[in-house]
Write a protein of this length. Structure first.
Length: 132
């Protein structure tokens, strides 16, 4: 029987799909979002952080973004995929408007990234800068 969020296994115990120290990864994502000018005072911060952490943990999730990123975030927070996507888009716009040097460094050629591109770029930055 398949269990959602678990890799197939034949031993007595199944391991979660997450490969790294997910708590540490989350704190790195939180620190990055704060450095970009976002405060953790609304749910869109947490939707965004979880989506970035999922992709940073397993970059191949970007291949099937909706089932492997949008759906898990929506299920965790018990909201629709549209709510998640819109919240992350709002976060991206808010960060773009903040105009930090870090944003200019990460998104050198984009001023208004899509929600998907925003998550992918920040996940790549986390992997490059925090988890060398």
């Amino acid at each position: 029987r398949k269990l959602m969020g678990y890799i197939p296994c034949y031993a007595k115990e199944c391991r979660p799909v997450i490969h790294r120290d997910f708590e540490r990864l989350h704190s790195d994502v939180y620190a990055l979002l704060r450095a970009l000018g976002i405060r953790a005072d609304h749910t869109q911060f947490f939707y965004t952080a979880y989506a970035i952490a999922l992709v940073a943990d397993q970059p191949l999730r970007s291949v099937l973004f909706t089932p492997l990123v949008w759906i898990p975030v929506a299920r965790l927070y018990d909201v629709s995929i549209t709510d998640v996507r819109d919240a992350i888009h709002c976060t991206a716009e808010e960060i773009s408007c903040a105009g930090t040097l870090l944003f200019a460094d990460i998104f050198s050629r984009r001023t208004n990234p899509s929600a998907v591109q925003f998550v992918l770029e920040l996940a790549a930055y986390i992997n490059k800068e925090y988890h060398v």
